[in-house]
Design a protein around this ligand. Structure first.
Ligand code: HEM
Length: 533
């Protein structure tokens, strides 16, 4: 073969490959243009007057996925202004109908079981993480019984013991953690608080065996299992992808760990000590008299761990980040402890915790602006007329509620974007639990329906959170211990500056890293150091 042929061969291939490439690219571009044109025409010409307005979008399937995903609240408020409180948008090919404000919250969250359904939406994602026959992998009536078990397990006695356990855990943590070596320094709040949250939850609710395992293998298992909540899994939770394989392995290992704990305890090898949820579930029976099987105890414990971890760790991180913007409030909190509990700051008790309103208000105000769950979804089971409108939502749509929107509206809260724990000075219950609030019992205790409340960080209706009491106790106890130990402020003392929210996972949380300065209080010298540190 001559030299020219050598050259001509590859060049010829290149020429023909590149012309094929151009044809393919041109074909794709025309297809895209056609798809966009048809999509736009469909929106302009074929509006369904009985259906909620559709948020305008250029691309089919993608729809508003990007704008919603980057900042759901900006998206909700922008479209609320354009279309009102009820509108539909396309999220990865699904039609989501959003219903906002108090009426929208009530319509979706207090919807009847024949009309709306949570398990069909959540189980593809949660089933492989929590496991068989628990939470969304069972009929709703069974979930209600499981919620009752947990709620009734959070007895006064149990909660009282948790205050002591959590306090001890925080004290140990701030003594031995590498970021808190010395007298002052900086720390990445979301990362460090995620660690502290899991230690405190596992020591109290999950029990001593689980806590002892956390330093070693449990943390890795938790991490792998958590991969199951990657947003991509809303579509691909079944797919044989590496993160799903890691999730499944971790799930099996964790079920084994919990089942082993139950077996050992049942065998009598472990003396009953403490009030953790495993002991309690071991004693529970369903209405038909069946005790809760091992794999269900394991699944419920995993669900509690996962549900509590993301929401509580993001909330305590936001609390500290907000306090770092206003260090004088940290001093006010310490002063509240001294005024109420005594200048010598005795060990915190459950009763003591109930007497610290500013601590509770700090949690409450943080949950108003930083509720960890920005979107709650339900499947539509039959065509639904939206209260107070002519719109009918067909069964092909998914309903989406965002109580965080009403919590940020100026029609409900004065200067809503301002974080101010003192806005609740007039009373903690002036929204949700007022005396005339409608209440209901879904089988796991009487709860306020929250029908007219603009403030629902724990949701409402049959799927309302059962962890609220525990979360408040955990967050406030950590706050009490933290304020006793440290002063904090933004790096360089900048006031009112705070990181953006990261909406890229299913739970919203502070954008990582979010670093603040800390300084350890000297014994007996708290009063001398001013709020500016
Ligand atoms: C459900 C918020 C902590 C256990 C929910 C829901 C919200 C919520 C909004 C309703 C979801 C829906 O309607 O689809 C929060 C917040 C927390 C928190 C803001 C902390 C600041 C916890 C903790 C636990 C927990 C600590 C466990 C101890 C659950 C469970 C459900 C739930 C099991 C599912 C209930 C169901 O679908 O019926 N949570 N939660 N949560 N939460 Fe929490």
């Amino acid at each position: 073969m001559g030299v020219l042929e050598h050259v001509a061969g590859p060049l010829g291939d290149f020429a023909s490959n590149s012309s094929t490439g151009v044809v393919v690219a041109a074909g794709f571009a025309s297809f895209l243009v056609l798809a966009v044109v048809l999509n736009v025409l469909k929106q302009l010409l074929f509006k369904k007057p009985n259906e909620p307005p559709m948020v305008f979008h250029w691309f089919p399937v993608i729809g508003s996925t990007i704008t919603y995903g980057m900042d759901p609240y900006r998206f909700f408020f922008a479209n609320k202004q354009k279309y009102g409180d009820v509108f539909t948008f396309v999220l990865l090919g699904r039609k989501m109908t959003v219903c906002l404000d108090t009426k929208g919250n009530n319509f979706i969250l207090n919807g009847k079981i024949k009309d709306v359904n949570a398990e069909e939406i959540y189980n593809p994602l949660c089933g492989p993480v929590f496991g068989k026959d628990v939470v969304y992998d069972c009929p709703n009536a069974k979930l209600m019984e499981q919620k009752k078990f947990v709620k009734f397990g959070l007895t006064q006695e149990a909660l009282r013991s948790y205050v002591t356990l959590i306090t001890a855990e925080v004290q140990d943590f701030v003594k031995r953690h590498k970021v808190f070596k010395g007298q002052k320094g900086t720390f990445n709040v979301p990362k460090v608080m995620a660690e502290l949250t899991i230690y405190t939850a596992s020591r109290s609710l999950q029990g001593e065996e689980v806590r002892n395992m956390f330093d070693a293998k449990f943390a890795d298992l938790f991490h792998d299992l958590d991969l199951g909540f990657s947003p991509i899994n809303f579509m691909l939770s079944w797919a044989p992808l590496p993160h799903n394989r890691a999730r499944d392995n971790a799930h099996n290992a964790m079920i084994q760990v919990y089942s082993q704990i139950v077996r050992e305890r049942r065998s009598g090898a472990v003396k009953r000590e403490g009030h953790d949820m495993i002991w309690h579930l071991m004693e529970c029976k369903y209405k038909d008299g069946t005790p809760v099987p091992e794999h269900e105890i394991a699944g419920i414990m995993i669900a509690l761990l996962m549900a509590g971890q993301h929401s509580s760790s993001s909330t305590i991180a936001w609390i500290l980040l907000r306090l770092a913007t206003r260090p004088e409030l940290v001093e006010e909190l310490l002063q509240e402890q001294k005024d109420v509990l005594g200048a010598d700051l005795p060990p915190l008790t459950y009763e003591g915790l109930q007497k610290l309103p500013l601590h509770a208000q700090t949690v409450k105000e943080t949950l108003r602006l930083h509720t960890p769950i920005h979107s709650i979804m339900r499947k539509v089971k039959q065509p639904l007329v939206v209260d107070g409108t002519n719109y009918i939502v067909p069964t092909s749509h998914t309903l989406m509620s965002s109580p965080g929107v009403s919590a940020r509206m100026d029609s409900h809260f004065v200067n809503p974007s301002h974080w101010d724990p003192h806005r609740w000075d007039a009373g903690m219950h002036n929204y949700e639990d007022s005396a005339d609030a409608e209440t209901i019992d879904y089988g796991w205790g009487v709860v306020s329906k929250g029908t007219n409340s603009p403030y629902l960080p724990f949701g409402a209706g049959r799927h309302r959170c059962i962890g609220e009491q525990f979360a408040y106790l955990q967050l406030q106890t950590i706050l009490v211990a933290f304020v006793r130990e440290f002063k904090i402020r933004n790096v360089g003392g900048k006031r009112e500056v705070i990181v953006e929210t990261d909406y890229s996972s299913l739970f919203s949380r502070p954008l990582n890293p979010a670093v603040v300065e800390w300084e350890r209080r000297g014994k007996g010298e708290e009063a001398e150091l001013g709020p500016g540190m």
